[in-house]
Ligand binder design. Structure first.
Ligand SMILES: [Zn+2]
Ligand SMILES: [Zn+2]
Length: 263
């Protein structure tokens, strides 16, 4: 009975492989690419309203579907239910960074786009998000007449995590901001430790995890540095990097994240 089943599977595999081979053989591997229309990359449809758009989200959906928090902590960017300068956590335990700019809440469709960018390498979703992020940073700094930081640093990833994913999404956002705002990138930082996800850990565990996680190989002279990342869930990573940047001589540290996870 088992032998019969194995033989059936064996012939099924052979049939499938010979069918695939006969498909490929006439023109070689080019057949693989012929299945996709040549202009698939720029010819998108908005994922929400399905109209043709050069972005994953058309302009009108960008304005209506991305959720902006009404009140936020000026220090860590967490959403609050009433107007106040700082949230309870920042009042109790002031972080090492000075302020956070985080224009959106980590909710669909933004969260779905971010996941498809990071996990399925959908760089068009990534580009759409980067464009939105940079536009918001520009608008915020103009509205409040704030000076831009001297450098932008992408939240570093441990080499193993980066190798597994194939790229560091924070560098993608940081490069977009650096290019459009004409702020140089600060690259003299690496992540020494491959830290697990900080969510769900106690404060003590988070501190222990991130203790000496970053290494900065230069001395700073009071510069203002902006840390760029996609999402802030806990303040732990940004705080640990800000601490190291200040130890190296940074004067001010801002955090720019596209979205903040609601509590
Ligand atoms: Zn749309
Ligand atoms: Zn706060």
């Amino acid at each position: 009975m088992i032998q019969k089943e194995l033989r059936r599977l064996y012939y099924k595999c052979i049939n499938y492989l010979s069918f695939q081979w006969s498909n490929l053989r006439p023109s070689g591997p080019k057949v693989l690419f012929k299945r996709f229309p040549a202009n698939i990359a720029p010819d998108h449809h908005c994922i929400l309203c399905n109209i043709r758009s050069s972005n994953r989200l058309c302009r009108s959906c960008q304005e209506t579907s991305l959720i902006k928090p009404q009140y936020q902590c000026t220090c860590c960017g967490v959403m609050m239910h009433h107007h106040a300068l700082f949230c309870g956590e920042c009042l109790k335990d002031t972080p090492d960074f000075d302020r956070t700019f985080s224009p959106y809440l980590y909710q669909p469709p933004l969260s779905n786009m971010l996941i498809s960018f990071k996990q399925s390498h959908d760089f068009y979703a990534g580009k759409t998000l980067a464009d939105i992020f940079v536009k918001d940073i520009k608008q915020h700094y103009m509205q409040y007449h704030l000076p831009y930081p001297d450098f932008i640093v992408a939240m570093p990833q441990h080499w193993y995590k980066q190798w597994k994913r194939g790229f560091n999404h924070a560098i993608f956002f940081a490069e977009a901001a650096s290019k459009h705002l004409s702020i140089p990138l600060f690259k003299k930082v690496i992540r020494r430790k491959n830290t697990p996800d900080q969510k769900g850990l106690s404060r003590k565990q988070r501190l222990l995890n991130l203790n000496q996680a970053f290494d900065i190989s230069t001395i700073l002279n009071g510069e203002h540095i902006a840390i760029v990342d996609d999402v802030m869930t806990t303040r732990a990573s940004a705080n640990a990097l800000a601490r190291e940047l200040k130890k190296a001589g940074a004067g001010q540290v801002s955090v720019w994240v596209l979205a903040r996870t609601p509590k």
